[in-house]
Design a protein. Structure first.
Length: 362
């Protein structure tokens, strides 16, 4: 079976279940949630690692476009389904969590790929997905801050060694909004444009957020607005989980001359397990993405891999929400990667960034 067909089946099937669940309730939302959780974790133990497929175009891009449009259509569809009096409360709860899981995993991974594309139409479509879930600032912060400063204190999205997920959320969520804004303001300043110029994309992130909130109110009134905010809150947590898991404890060291080392394979965790990698549009090949940000998802898998997580991303996400358990699994692994990086670069503790140095000698 061609690899792009596998991508299509694995990503589109839960969306179909969600649509059926919104219209008919019943077992459909449960099937979607099982697909995105239990089935994914089980199939990761069976399917081989995802591989690169340079021959998948133009169908790979068409799938991305279709998933983005489907995401935008799901918002009013699901909100209407959640307010359907003919749907049982249990089915509505399952629909809520299935939709949040789909948007936090598939929609996020797909939009992430699109905002790195050179085609401005694809970029705009990915940005629209983020704006629709009140996360438009990620387009600015991710491309202009995270990729430039990953593994350094200047990047709010890089988790520190020993930092629990909930502490990370409290720091990274507002930090990314502020960092993206500062990067855009600096860009406008270099072009001698005012802060509120139409060239400032934060205007569009705001417009997209207002439109989504208006749709929620029109469909469900005040209750619909509350449900939508709770839904996207859960989506935001999953997106923050993604950055937390894929960069935990991996920081760029300062070279003897004072310059920070360039981004390498050892600054991101990989988890290219077969099923979840396809579900997440190959995002678990994260180290290669950071070295080649504009490489489409289906082409990832040909470069030197980074350090590998002990379990696939869905299982790591469960561990991450319990900080003591996460740290028991990951702290020693992160320190081992950092020690190996220091040995390769010939660096001693005295010239490592402060928080890394403390972790390594503590």
């Amino acid at each position: 079976m061609p690899l792009i067909i596998r991508y299509a089946i694995i990503t589109l099937t839960p969306a179909v279940f969600i649509v059926f669940g919104a219209f008919f309730g019943g077992v459909w939302p449960a099937l979607a949630l099982i697909w995105l959780t239990v089935l994914t974790a089980g199939m990761d133990q069976i399917l081989p690692d995802a591989r690169a497929d340079d021959r998948a175009e133009p169908w790979a891009t068409r799938l991305s476009i279709g998933l983005a449009i489907l995401h935008l259509a799901l918002i009013p569809t699901v909100l209407a389904g959640l307010g359907n009096p003919n749907t049982s409360f249990g089915a509505q709860i399952l629909l809520f969590f299935a939709t949040a899981s789909f948007m936090g995993q598939v929609s996020h991974a797909n939009a992430h790929d699109l905002i790195h594309r050179r085609d401005r139409r694809l970029f705009a479509l990915g940005a629209a997905v983020y704006a629709s879930i009140l996360y438009g600032h990620h387009v600015s912060a991710h491309r202009m801050v995270h990729h430039a400063h990953v593994g350094t204190p200047e990047d709010p999205a890089t988790p520190r060694h020993g930092e629990g997920f909930w502490s990370y959320v409290a720091r990274a969520w507002p930090g990314n909004i502020a960092a993206g804004w500062e990067a855009e303001v600096a860009r406008l300043s270099r072009r001698n444009l005012p802060i509120w110029s139409q060239e400032n994309p934060y205007l569009f992130w705001l417009v997209g957020a207002v439109l989504s909130l208006a749709v929620a109110v029109m469909i469900g009134g005040f209750l619909g607005l509350v449900v939508f905010l709770l839904l996207i809150g859960l989506v935001h947590l999953q997106m923050l989980l993604s950055d937390y898991i894929q960069h935990y404890g991996l920081q760029r060291l300062r070279l003897p001359g004072g310059r920070v080392e360039p981004v390498g394979p050892h600054h991101s965790w990989d988890a290219p397990s077969g099923f979840s990698a396809l579900l997440l549009m190959n995002a678990p090949r994260h180290s290669e993405h950071h070295r080649h940000p504009d490489r489409p998802y289906q082409a990832l898998g040909s470069a030197e891999p980074g350090p590998r997580l002990p379990y696939p991303l869905p299982i790591m996400a469960v561990l991450a929400v319990f900080p003591p358990l996460w740290q028991r699994v990951m702290d020693r692994r992160a320190l081992k990667v950092m020690e190996a990086a220091k040995a390769r670069l010939g660096i001693d503790d005295s010239v490592a960034p402060g928080d890394v140095r403390k972790a390594l000698i503590g």
